[in-house]
Write a protein that binds this ligand. Structure first.
Ligand code: MLT
Length: 395
């Protein structure tokens, strides 16, 4: 046998695994110190009551012969597809139920979607960005090029005269920078994709953090997007499903290339390699979209946003430039004294027992930047900003 040599082109470990290993080593050497972790974007508030009640009721159904269910439909039960369609309808986006594919989360779908595209596509990935886009393309041996996201363009690159790409990744609100595309900027990408027969893979995992009605939460709010974009939605950050796992992918019927519907290819792929998200989880997900579920999840999001605001406020006081923190749980800032991002990571861990994610882990343009998340507890965030201010005052 021969291994997939492309794996040898990856970094030794996944970014958040590297961070976790460093934290574990520090903990072992310093068992009495309390570390505050604002690195991986993992939620800390429990599932809301509407979700818990729905999952309990679904568990009971699974324990009775009359209501027990076996394999779920490949694209998800119609109750959850209807709930997702209703959520989009509130934003004037009409979806056919067969355009909605319920899954075990956006991360797997974002990696798996590459199955339906030819290996010789040119892939365009913003830098910095969520490392899964880059790593999954390296695994598949694809040619990738990078779109520069920098301070000068507010970390929101738009297509220029020399831009080339067949598969384009866009994440808005962005992970890691927290920057959000407006409608004009997104329209530029949609026009580019339609003109060049390219596809946009739009990661909407953080849409629930947008508070401004003028900012698009879905790419389908932009005219023409159904002809060129696949959208990935997630309940992880919206409703605390990081450990529960449920997301959805929208593949519009209008998205056709060389006479072939991408929706039919994705259905073929999913029905062959995926057996559906569990019934109990799908019932919990349905509850997220109910009026009471929406009210409760919004409360949790407001809590995380308040944490992000506390961090932003502290950076303002320290005179440190940053993006995000407003329509996003992430705050992205420059490391002090021109420190490298891993250097700053080590310093913060060692001197303040505080962790964030080194910007460099998200791409070359992340060098010298650092990401903090608002997903901790309020008490931890309050303590973290004190520790951060203490470190900054010594620099
Ligand atoms: C992050 O911290 O960037 C995310 O939690 C990673 C993920 O969503 O997989």
């Amino acid at each position: 046998m021969h291994i997939n040599n492309n794996y040898l082109n990856l970094k030794d470990s996944y970014l958040f695994a590297t961070v976790a290993n460093k934290v574990a080593a520090y903990k072992e050497a310093n068992p009495d110190k309390k570390i505050i972790r604002l690195d991986i974007g993992d939620v800390t508030l429990p599932l809301c009551q509407a979700v818990v009640d729905a999952m309990k009721a679904a568990s009971d159904e699974m324990g009775k012969k009359e209501t027990f269910r076996g394999y779920a439909p490949y694209q998800g039960y119609d109750f959850i597809q209807n709930a997702v369609a209703g959520y989009y309808k509130n934003r004037q986006v009409d979806l056919d139920l067969t355009e909605i594919f319920v899954s075990d989360g956006a991360k797997s779908d974002i990696g798996n979607i590459l199955d339906i595209f030819s290996a010789d596509n040119q892939v365009l990935i913003p830098d910095p960005v969520y490392p899964v886009y880059v790593d999954t393309n390296i695994m598949a041996g694809r040619r990738t090029s990078y779109l520069d996201a920098k301070e000068e363009n507010g970390f929101l690159p738009v297509p220029g005269p020399d831009t080339k790409g067949d598969i384009i990744y866009i994440c808005s609100p962005n992970n890691p920078t927290g920057a959000v595309y407006n409608k004009i900027q997104l329209k530029a990408w949609v026009d580019f994709a339609v003109k060049n027969n390219a596809v946009i893979l739009f990661d909407a995992a953080y849409e629930a953090f947008i508070d401004d009605a003028e900012l698009p939460k879905s790419i389908y709010e932009i005219e023409g997007a159904k002809q060129c974009a696949i959208e990935f939605g997630s309940l992880s950050k919206t409703a605390g499903f990081t450990g529960t796992r449920c997301g959805y992918t929208i593949v519009p019927h209008e998205l056709v290339s060389e006479g072939v519907s991408l929706n039919s290819l994705w259905l073929r792929r999913q029905s062959t390699k995926f057996n559906g998200s569990p019934y109990i989880i799908q019932r919990g997900a349905e509850a997220v979209f109910s009026p009471e579920g929406q009210r409760q999840t919004k409360e949790n999001i407001a809590y995380y946003k308040e944490n992000a605001r506390l961090i932003s406020q502290a950076l303002d006081k320290m005179g440190i430039w940053y993006t995000g923190g407003q329509h996003s749980p992430y705050i992205w800032f420059k490391c002090p004294n021109n420190l490298g991002s891993w250097e700053f990571f080590d310093l913060l861990l060692d001197k303040a027992q505080l962790t964030g994610t080194p910007g460099e882990g998200f791409g070359a343009n992340g060098k010298g930047f650092f990401r903090l998340t608002g997903f901790g507890s309020k008490e931890d965030v309050q303590e973290a900003v004190k520790r951060l201010a203490g470190i900054m005052s010594m620099m």
